[in-house]
Design a protein. Structure first.
Length: 366
C-alpha cells in the first residue's frame, strides 16, 4: 500500500484503561491491533488529577512518543476518543503532524456539540473529517461549525466473535451500569428476595474504576452470554446525553450476547433503521410496579424467548458488526481494507445470508 493508504490510530483508551466507560474504545482498539494497524502510544504529560485546575483545562496534557518510528510520511491518522478534550493531543505531535496526509476523528460519547464542551471550533483545527456515534453531533458539527465532512457512524460490536456463542440462559435478568432506578427498585424488590426463583444480576457499586479492563470485559461477556434478558433504557434523561436518545453500545452488546433486550426503546431518528426487526427491544410497562410481572411473563415463554434471542444474534451479524462500520470509515478515507478484514467481512456476509451451524453440538444462530 502507498503511505496515503496506510492508517495509524491514536486511541484515548491507554489513558483510561481502568475506567469502565472506555469499554467501547477498548474493544475497537483491540480490533485495529488485530488487523495489524499500528496504534500510537499516548500518556499524560502531568498527573491527570490536575485536570480540575481551570488553568490546566486548556493545556495540552498529553505526550505521544515514537511517532517517527510508527508512522510513514503520508499516512492517515484516525483519532478515537470520547469527546473534544482529547484532540489537544494533536498538539503533542508537533512537526510530526505534517507526516499525516489527513486526520480523522471518531467521537464515541456525548458532548455539547455547539460549544465543543467549551473548547470551541479551534479544537478541530487540522481535522479533515469527523465521525460520530451520535447522529445529532454529526449534524451539529455541520450546522454550527461548518464541518462538511461530518458523518454519523453508528456504534457496532464484534459480532463475528460474540454473536456465534450460544446463550446459556442461566441468569434470568441482567442490568449492569446505567439503569432506570425506579424499575431497578421494583425488580430487585421481587427478584432479589430469597424466595424468588429468578436471578437478577446488577451493579451494586457507583465507582467507574476497575482493576483490569481485559478481565472486566471477559466477565461482562460471560455474564451477558449467560443471561436471558438484558435491561436497556433510553438515555434522554441522563444529563450527559443532553436530551439525546441514541442507540447505545449496550444494545449491540446485548443483541450479540443473545439476550432479549427489555426496557425502553431509543428515540433517535436512526432507531427504526438500526433496530428494524421485530422485538429488537421489548418495552416494559410504564408503571415500574408492573415490571416484575412483565419480566416473569417473558421468562415463562421459553420458545418465544429463544426465538427472539436467536433473531437478535442473527440481525447483529447481518447489520452491526464493527467491521461493517470500519469498512464504511475506510471508504470515506479512501483507505484500502487489510486482507484479514476483507476475509472477515466475507465471513460476516456468509453468516448473514444463510443458515449457519455453530460448533458440533451447539445450536444454530438463525
Amino acid at each position: 500500500m502507498t503511505p496515503e493508504n496506510k492508517l495509524v490510530v491514536l486511541s484515548e483508551y491507554p489513558l483510561h484503561n481502568k475506567h469502565v466507560g472506555y469499554s467501547l474504545i477498548y474493544d475497537l482498539h483491540g480490533l485495529f491491533l488485530s488487523w495489524g494497524i499500528p496504534v500510537l502510544d499516548v500518556a499524560h504529560r502531568y498527573p491527570p488529577e490536575e485536570k480540575s485546575n481551570a488553568i490546566n483545562r486548556f493545556r495540552n496534557p498529553y505526550c505521544i512518543p515514537d511517532v517517527e518510528r510508527v508512522c510513514d510520511i503520508g499516512s492517515q491518522l484516525l483519532v478515537i476518543c470520547s469527546g473534544p478534550h482529547f484532540l489537544r493531543s494533536l498538539a503533542s505531535l508537533g512537526k510530526n503532524v505534517n507526516r499525516f496526509s489527513s486526520i480523522s476523528v471518531y467521537f464515541t460519547d456525548s458532548f455539547d456539540s455547539c460549544t465543543l464542551n467549551g473548547f470551541g471550533a479551534s479544537i478541530l483545527k487540522g481535522v479533515d473529517r469527523v465521525f460520530s456515534g451520535i447522529e445529532e453531533i454529526a449534524d451539529d458539527l455541520k450546522v454550527h461549525h461548518g464541518v462538511e465532512r461530518s458523518y454519523f457512524l453508528p456504534f457496532g460490536i464484534d459480532a463475528l466473535t460474540y454473536a456465534r456463542t450460544p446463550n446459556k440462559n442461566l441468569i434470568d435478568v441482567f442490568g449492569y451500569g446505567r439503569i432506570d432506578q425506579q424499575f431497578h427498585n421494583q425488580i430487585q424488590r421481587v427478584f432479589g428476595s430469597f424466595s424468588s426463583p429468578y436471578t437478577y444480576v446488577h451493579s451494586t457499586f457507583e465507582s467507574a474504576s476497575i482493576h483490569d479492563m481485559r478481565e472486566h470485559r471477559q466477565l461482562h461477556w460471560k455474564l451477558m452470554s449467560s443471561s436471558s434478558i438484558n435491561l436497556c433504557f433510553e438515555s434522554s434523561r441522563t444529563p450527559r446525553f443532553l436530551n439525546r436518545s441514541p442507540v447505545l453500545y449496550r444494545w449491540f452488546e446485548a443483541w450479540a450476547a443473545g439476550n432479549l433486550v427489555v426496557g425502553s426503546r431509543p428515540k433517535c431518528r436512526s432507531a427504526d433503521k438500526l433496530m428494524g426487526w421485530e422485538n429488537s427491544t421489548v418495552e416494559l410497562p410504564v408503571d415500574p410496579n408492573d415490571a416484575p410481572d412483565a419480566l416473569v411473563e417473558l421468562l415463562a415463554d421459553r420458545d418465544r424467548l429463544k426465538s427472539i434471542q436467536l433473531e437478535n444474534q442473527f440481525q447483529v451479524l447481518r447489520r452491526h458488526d464493527w467491521r461493517f462500520r470500519i469498512a464504511q470509515l475506510f471508504g470515506e478515507m479512501s483507505i484500502s481494507l487489510p486482507c484479514c478484514l476483507k476475509e472477515q467481512l466475507e465471513a460476516l456476509n456468509a453468516l448473514g445470508s444463510r443458515e449457519v451451524q455453530l460448533k458440533p453440538g451447539t445450536r444454530s444462530i438463525c
